[in-house]
Design a protein around this ligand. Structure first.
Ligand code: SF4
Length: 202
């Protein structure tokens, strides 16, 4: 893959970044509305969702995450990069053992996301009751994190975040971006792998 900084400077790509920022804003609003209806406000916990080994699958979110990384101070970027390398070593070790695998995202610095405005979809929607329609029409439902579930049980509120329109809009944006940019490679990467990959390629 070529230098993402050059790709991010392209006016066509900038228009897609604006559109995903708009989509993220609407995700955040719905998430806030539903979490508030449950009386839930994430204040951090032992079961930190930034330790979850999330894969990201779109070129658009890859661009957005890396844009957030490029906006970091040089020292912060280097520190994140070193943590990414450490995480990858940890993963390689994990694959040689049966140890249950959880590790902190390299972009979490002392409990805070270093690219909060650019964080991807799953980091925005994780933690509360959700559902989404699959392409075959089946509805997938999921529960929230433990902290959310404790509050949800006590407050007995039913509202669920429907991820379907967000996933559909993201899929549409990704399709359009790939058509217009000519990018056609599959993507399945963690944040650590994105950072490490870009460092090796630039
Ligand atoms: S990108 Fe940010 S919010 Fe998402 S897992 Fe990493 S540190 Fe946490």
């Amino acid at each position: 893959m070529t230098n993402l900084k050059a790709i991010l400077a392209d006016p066509v790509i900038r228009s897609f970044i604006s559109r995903i920022e708009d989509l993220y804003g609407r995700m955040d609003q719905v998430y806030t509305d539903i979490s508030q209806a449950h009386g839930f406000h994430c204040q951090g916990c032992e079961d930190n969702c930034c330790k979850t080994w999330f894969f990201h699958h779109t070129f658009l979110e890859y661009l957005c995450i890396m844009e957030g990384c490029y906006l970091l101070e040089a020292k912060d970027y280097e520190d994140a990069l070193q943590r990414a390398r450490d995480v990858i070593i940890h993963v390689n070790t994990y694959h040689k053992t049966s140890e249950a695998f959880r590790t902190m995202c390299p972009l979490n610095d002392q409990g805070k996301c270093m690219i909060y405005q650019h964080r991807p979809t799953i980091c925005r929607l994780h933690g509360i009751h959700y559902q989404f329609s699959m392409p075959n029409g089946a509805i997938h439902q999921g529960i929230g994190c433990q902290a959310f579930e404790d509050i949800a049980k006590a407050n007995n509120v039913e509202s669920v975040l429907d991820r379907t329109p967000f996933y559909q809009e993201m899929a549409g944006l990704e399709k359009e971006l790939r058509q217009r940019s000519g990018f056609n490679q599959p993507i399945k990467m963690t944040v650590a792998e994105m950072l490490d990959k870009q460092n090796k390629e630039t």
